[in-house]
Design a protein around this ligand. Structure first.
Ligand SMILES: [Zn+2]
Length: 216
């Protein structure tokens, strides 16, 4: 199974009719945040596959929220929004935690380290249930911000979440896909193995191949 993960930047050759010949074998599209609705909508309608996405810290400003549902090209409010949710798609167990660390008191989709800890805890019962039912908590965690100390920055807006390090240690997804950390340097590290989990910075896009377990 192939996942096309997008984040933070509109990529010219993806926002083009060529997307079909380049990524026609993709089974699901994942948005890791800070992307315009029209871009996500274009890609999934061209590829005709499901979309799952989480918001970034630049999504859903009040003006964007006003546009949603009313404006042109706006995604319906609940269309594939995976924020705080756990879903099963084509046999794959997915969970999503959007937003970034809080760096402005009035910023939307921003959380303190403690608040993100609570968001993970709220999700935990569904992951434990998955573990009982399917023998694993989840396959892929989709976030906007990275874990603390992995592909993150030192400035107040780009520090990663400690709760994600704990999530990975406890629930052991095969992948954690995140955005938020723009890749400026060619030699920047964008893939890090943490125990059972491959943490991938998908900015601005990445194709991930993942085997779907047969059982359950
Ligand atoms: Zn961001």
């Amino acid at each position: 199974m192939k996942i096309l993960a997008l984040s933070d930047e509109v990529v010219e050759h993806i926002y083009s009719p060529r997307v079909k010949e380049l990524f026609g074998d993709v089974n699901v599209v994942v948005g890791c945040g800070d992307l315009p609705d029209y871009y996500l909508e274009f890609v999934v309608s061209m590829l005709n596959v499901p979309l799952f996405h989480v918001p970034g810290n630049h999504d859903l400003s009040p003006s964007a929220a006003d546009r949603m549902g009313a404006g042109e090209g706006a995604l319906p409010r609940d269309c594939g929004n995976l924020d705080g949710r756990v879903v099963r798609e084509q046999g794959l167990l997915l969970a999503g935690l959007g937003g970034s660390v809080r760096y402005r008191p009035d910023g939307m989709n921003q959380y303190t380290q403690t608040e993100m800890g609570w968001r993970v805890l709220r999700m935990a019962p569904r992951l434990w249930l998955n573990r009982m039912r399917h023998g694993r908590a989840l396959d892929v965690l989709i976030t906007h911000a990275p874990p603390k100390g992995i592909h993150d920055g030192t400035d107040p807006a780009h520090v990663g979440f400690v709760a994600f390090n704990r999530f990975v240690a406890h629930f052991r997804p095969r992948f954690l896909l995140h955005g938020h950390s723009h890749v400026w340097r060619r030699d920047a590290v964008t893939a890090t193995q943490v125990g059972a989990t491959t943490v991938l910075n998908v900015c601005p896009y990445r194709v991930i191949e993942i085997g779907v377990p047969h059982a359950g």
